[in-house]
Design a protein around this ligand. Structure first.
Ligand code: ACK
Length: 216
């Protein structure tokens, strides 16, 4: 028997296919290898010695649970503000279960999080929630938070990945981006102070995904 009330998910988002998830993880491992080599290279000791009192990044302790995905709207099963409005949107209903290609433009790492920055198309932005507070506060372009969490440090929540990304995007907008550290074969690696790094890929990586809700 059908329920009279709709069920709202923990979040809506694009879920990577098995194959694309695999592909993204191997790209990420290459990035971590570059970072590890850099951290062992004496030339870059400065960038890796933290002055903010945080411990240096230990890549080995990062972990991620659940499916690889790019969150659009966090609904908390309906408790989050704007959850039911979002689920009623025409774009959300029309695209539920549809397949999308997502473009990965960068990978980033901080002492707390490891993620992939997603560049959304106009059509994909129709599924982006209008009420992203942090993004509005920092007056960043719509969809700036779009990312896939690949790992978080022990005791850190996944939501931090998007917050870390927004901070880096905000610094980039202000021209506050610290120096480009090196050109590696995959792209340009930049350092953002306090052990934050971003690898802007020369060639955007495409991953396949399905737009859906996560209910567990
Ligand atoms: O890595 P994420 O994008 O960060 O995917 C997970 C997913 O929802 C399930 O926890 C994201 N998430 C959690 N809380 C929030 C929030 N308040 N705003 C936006 N995304 C959130 C989390």
């Amino acid at each position: 028997e059908a329920l009279s009330q709709p069920l709202l998910p923990l979040y809506y988002g694009w879920f990577l296919t098995h194959e694309s998830g695999h592909h993204l993880k191997s790209l990420c491992n290459k990035f971590l290898k570059v970072m590890k080599e850099l951290s062992e290279d004496k030339k870059h000791v400065e960038e890796f010695s933290l002055k903010s009192g945080e411990k240096p990044i230990d890549f080995e302790t990062f972990h991620h649970e659940g499916p690889l995905h790019c969150t659009t709207k966090y609904c908390d099963y309906g408790s989050a503000e704007g959850a039911s409005e979002y689920s009623e949107k025409k774009a959300v209903k029309d695209n539920y279960g549809a397949a999308f290609k997502l473009a990965i433009e960068a990978l980033f790492i901080t002492p707390r999080t490891l993620g992939a920055r997603v560049k959304l198309t106009k059509d994909q932005l129709l599924l982006w929630p209008e009420d992203d507070e942090e993004q509005c506060n920092a007056s960043l372009p719509f969809g700036s938070r779009a990312h896939i969490t690949l790992g978080v440090a022990p005791g850190v929540q996944d939501v931090q990945t998007g917050i870390d990304l927004l901070e880096m995007v905000s610094m980039m907008q202000k021209g506050d981006k610290c120096e480009m550290v090196s050109e590696v074969s995959e792209g340009k690696l930049s350092y953002f102070r306090q052990d934050r790094w971003m690898l802007e890929l020369n060639k955007k990586e495409e991953v396949k995904s399905v737009f859906s809700g996560y209910y567990s």
